[in-house]
Design a protein around this ligand. Sequence first.
Ligand code: GCO
Ligand code: MG
Length: 402
Amino acid sequence: MKIEKARTVLTCPGRNFVTVVIETEDGVRGVGDATLNGRELAVASYLDDHVLPLLIGLDARSIEDIWHSLYKGAYWRRGPVTMTAIGAIDMALWDIKGKSLDTPVFNLLGGRARDGVTVYGHANGATIDESVEAVGRYVEAGYKAVRVQSGLPGLTQPYGVGRGDLCYEPAEIDRPILETFDSGPYLRGVPKLFEAVRAAIGWDVDLLHDAHHRLNPREAAQLGVALEPYQLFWLEDPVPAELQESLRLIRQHTVTPIAIGEVFNTLYDCQQLISEQLIDYIRMTVAHSGGLTHLQRIAHFAELYHVRTACHGPTDLSPINLAACLHFQTAIHNFGIQEYMRHPELATEVFDVGYWLEDGMLHLDERPGLGVTFNEERAADYPYCRAYLPVARRGDGGVHSW
Ligand code: GCO
Ligand code: MG
């Protein structure tokens, strides 16, 4: 099963996506998601100019060998661009393997370990009242878990509050938009938000919150303690993710569960966090973590330490990545929860998927491979358009982590 062709396809059906397409000499076509929000062209160049030419003539069945040859053979290891490129190729190779054996990828990863993949939805609003109402809509729609973000008194440009109802991730054309953040009003407001949500919806729904890497460890511990009465499913990304020691400080002070990892790329980014049981959920996703081959290794390692998976699933990754996350988490034992928000309507013209939402879970049908049909002709109708994530500054004008 020699690889005959490999290319990247850039498209913008409502958002930018980078897709790797690999074809074998016997006509099997696999696809992988190589999208890195705001830095798409860097990954596309890494693939087109350096990595994809190396694949031609290799046996598409040798996934483990190809993975190591790309990871170790580059000498310059790790990092988001490198690992996203490897992740997309790895996804496409698993897709090819599934299609050539006429079976869904989850069967190759160990088979079904659960009926469906429980997801959390994204409720948000400009005020606490609006956010409480939004949570109610998700509960009515059958979601078992809801992430809640909100505008708060003194904090009018919060992270995670969308302009539309379904998608909140910003991607601004030309220049990043500026948001402000100050920890004072944030730390005072978030406990009030969850007090109001619990009062309105009770205790039957799991609640989550994303601090988006904005606090220092002391502030994060303070927030974790303040949120304990509302029993969150997790507090996500409480501190910037680079310094693993920070998570120990948080852990020493609060029993609020902690999730982190959407910006991690390899096992080495979370080895200490997992083996010292400093976190509860690892948020790494297939596309940004070297693909199924590497994420599977991380999940097996995490299982030893009571850490569960919770793949990052924003709409700034394509439906191919979400499908890969679903196959992966249908099969592994230590699954926690999957992030879910609907992709823009236009994206469904380009990516035809084999998953659907029912009873707060995403379900996979029995399509072979990853189960996503990528329509390259439709993709060409939506040309790539440079876009940026926002940046954040404090009230005094100083730069803060976005
Ligand atoms: C999440 C994330 C995203 C990121 C986005 C950056 O939990 O879903 O924090 O919203 O901000 O993926 O591109
Ligand atoms: Mg997040």
